[in-house]
Design a protein around this ligand. Structure first.
Ligand code: SF4
Ligand code: SF4
Length: 117
């Protein structure tokens, strides 16, 4: 399981998001906040802030040389991303990736990993 191989520091990256949602639920009320609309802007803000401040982030790492083109990662991706093409082109980030780790679990060549970068 991918969750066992992730450093505890990877989970720390989510603490600010959890804190914001928790404070909103206490102050505004659970029924008044469209939480599902909050995650995308929070992720975008977090991503840009992280890059500007050079803060380590949790994301996919890919190894182009290991990929054998089996497409198991594409079939496993719940967001229907063409992760195989991303791996083969050396691209590891996609704004629709929810970092569930399903592609990591099914890859027989360990060409994909979730890690703090
Ligand atoms: S599962 Fe792994 S080896 Fe297969 S296409 Fe995806 S990245 Fe390549
Ligand atoms: S981590 Fe999940 S959402 Fe992201 S590419 Fe892999 S399977 Fe798709």
């Amino acid at each position: 399981m991918v969750f066992l191989s992730i450093s505890v520091y990877g989970y720390l990256a989510y603490l600010p998001v959890i804190l914001v949602v928790y404070i909103l639920s206490l102050t505004v009320g659970k029924g008044n906040v469209p939480y599902d609309l909050l995650d995308v802007p929070l992720m975008m803000i977090g991503s840009r802030l992280g890059k500007t401040l050079r803060i380590p982030y949790w994301g996919l790492g890919v190894d182009t040389d290991k990929c054998m083109g089996c497409k198991r990662c594409n079939k496993a991706c719940s967001m229907s991303l063409d992760i195989m093409t991303m791996v083969q082109s050396g691209e590891s980030q996609h704004h629709d990736c929810i970092q569930c780790g399903a592609c990591v679990d099914v890859c027989p060549k360990n060409a994909i990993e979730l890690k703090v970068q």
